[in-house]
Design a protein around this ligand. Structure first.
Ligand SMILES: *Cc1c(COP(=O)(O)O)cnc(C)c1O
Length: 357
């Protein structure tokens, strides 16, 4: 026996979602984003499932890339934050990784390191996100410098990131794509701009390479979006079991802080899932949880390892009965909205303590 908390990963759903990427971006190359342990889905499994069907994979940093290389993933891998220290450079060439180059410090590191092979880069331009990247006015000069560097592989490619594509009514996306496509054309470079929201909602942003993340995992990238509408299927289902059921009297309080009081004599179920597994601590009373595939409300505070639910609607529930925290019939988008966050955060927070199935 083991603690029943587990994540079920549906690779068929993942393949379905990749098909949706290809339907929207028919001519583009695909860089599948598997950073943050593939948004909590297990980077190696996901990368193995996608490897044959995409053109590259993207992660945040060297450590995440090395996990994939250690699992014999041979596809090109792009480090979206590039390098943080010069001693990463020899490892990057050794493992044949590509980096996003976004500031002058990184250029200095490359200039001052003796590399055995030139390094492949994606030159990042800041078209409005105002986080990483060179401004459009300096990019021409930076590009010239890099073109002359013997340590930089040619051709150099161009990348930028969308700030507001999740909002279908926000014109910033059009501004960003105009600036970006102008630059790419002027410099004659292969270019990549679109994340999931760009792929699904803004065809002008598709350029040469698209970078789907959240949509691969079956989540709508749009504000108030519904995965079904985009023909996406959730890949992750977070599951556990009822581990205790008890009858309480009217007025008795449940859990830490004694914040929830039974309004009448009632059965209360305990489920083995908590914030240490990645379930949101701020999930309020009333949050839906599926017990035996039917919705029951969460009551009281979320603990580190457990939550409590109102079982008045399920008098026949038994210890050991199956529970779904999100997945089929309970979209993680809905859970996230009620917990005051976004699906991205909930998925990423699911951690190694929860068994992967
Ligand atoms: C995370 C990330 C993506 C993927 O974004 P989604 O919204 O999950 O599709 C694409 N590009 C960059 C640079 C990223 O950091």
């Amino acid at each position: 026996m083991a603690r029943p908390a587990k994540v079920h990963i549906d690779i068929t759903a993942l393949q379905n979602n990749l098909q949706q990427v290809k339907l929207h971006a028919k001519k583009q190359q695909i860089m599948a984003v598997v950073k943050a342990n593939a948004y909590g889905h297990g980077a190696v499994n996901i990368a193995q499932a996608l490897e044959e069907k995409v053109d590259a994979l993207a992660v945040s940093c060297l450590e995440e890339a090395l996990i994939l290389r250690a699992a014999n993933i041979t596809k090109p891998i792009v480090l979206l934050e590039g390098i943080f220290e010069p001693d990463e450079l020899p490892i990057i060439t050794q493992y044949d990784l590509q980096i996003v180059l976004h500031n002058t410090k990184q250029i200095e590191y490359i200039a001052h390191t003796q590399l055995k092979k030139p390094i492949s880069i994606w030159l990042k331009v800041d078209t409005g996100m105002h986080r990483l990247g060179f401004s459009p006015s300096e990019i021409g000069h930076v590009y010239k410098v890099l073109q002359r560097s013997k340590y930089i592989a040619k051709p150099i490619r161009l990348m930028s990131h969308l700030a507001c594509a999740d909002d279908c009514n926000n014109n910033i996306t059009l501004q960003q794509s105009r600036i970006f496509l102008d630059l790419a054309k002027r410099l004659g470079l292969e270019a990549s701009l679109a994340n999931s929201a760009g792929i699904l909602g803004w065809h002008q942003t598709h350029a040469d390479w698209v970078r789907p993340g959240i949509m691969l995992y079956g989540i709508s990238p749009f504000i108030n979006g519904v995965a079904e509408q985009e023909h996406l299927k959730p890949v992750m289902q977070l599951e556990s079991n009822l581990i205790n059921i008890k009858q309480y009297q009217r007025g008795q309080a449940i859990g830490y802080g004694a914040t929830w009081h039974c309004p009448q004599p009632m059965p209360v179920g305990v489920i083995a899932i908590g914030y240490a597994d990645g379930y949101p601590r701020h999930a309020p009373s009333g949050m839906p949880v599926l017990v035996n595939n039917k919705r029951v409300p969460l009551i009281g505070r979320v603990s580190m390892d457990m939550i409590t639910v109102d079982l008045r609607s399920q008098p026949n529930a038994r210890i050991g009965d199956p529970v779904i925290l999100w997945g089929n019939n309970l979209p993680v988008e809905e859970v996230a909205a009620l917990a005051g966050t976004i699906a991205y955060e909930l998925l990423c927070n699911v951690n190694q303590r929860v068994r992967l199935v």
